[in-house]
Design a protein around this ligand. Structure first.
Ligand code: FES
Length: 168
């Protein structure tokens, strides 16, 4: 009788264990189906709080797999009204941080206020205009929208359309 009881306990525990593992897998599968597809995530918008960027500071973030540079210009940083993003009295450079020669990622040298590309010596000014070396054109400006002190990357807002109109 005791043997029968033990066997029954064992079968009960075994079934319970299998059901618990099955439940965990089912939850994992359900979560996967709820999550947005990677393609949807990569096409998404990124919101950046511009008020947290200090004068002269450059922020780098990822958007759609590309580096994005946001530089808040200082008073003595050369301005470029064809490319500058104005938020109140603050002036920003917003560019896709890829060299337009062969796609290396330049770095910003704050002292000389120049973006330098280590690959072939290309240079861009603080507004992302190509000024030296092989880069054939300025760094690209990603689509953006200004919402108060927030920047929404990926959405074509009025400010972006105005800059693009100035380029044309
Ligand atoms: Fe930048 Fe060639 S990739 S200069």
């Amino acid at each position: 009788m005791a043997l029968c009881q033990n066997r029954r306990d064992f079968i009960g525990i075994a079934f319970g264990g299998v059901a618990a593992v099955g439940g965990i897998f089912a939850l994992g599968a359900m979560k996967k189906s709820w999550d947005p597809l990677p393609s949807v995530q990569s096409a998404g918008f990124v919101t950046v709080d511009l008020s947290s960027i200090a004068e002269g500071e450059m922020k780098t973030l990822q958007w759609r797999g590309k580096p994005i540079f946001i530089l808040r210009k200082t008073v003595d940083t050369p301005k470029n009204e064809q490319r500058d993003v104005l938020v109140g009295d603050k002036v920003f450079t917003l560019v896709v941080g890829l060299c337009t020669h062969l796609g290396c990622i330049p770095y910003y040298e704050g002292k000389s206020k120049v973006f330098k590309c280590a690959c072939h010596g290309g240079e861009f000014d603080a507004s992302g205009m190509n000024t030296f070396g092989p880069p054939p054109r300025p760094m690209d400006i990603p689509p953006f929208k200004i919402d108060g002190e927030k920047l929404v990357l990926g959405e074509e807002g009025l400010e972006y359309k105005k800059l693009m109109a100035k380029k044309a």
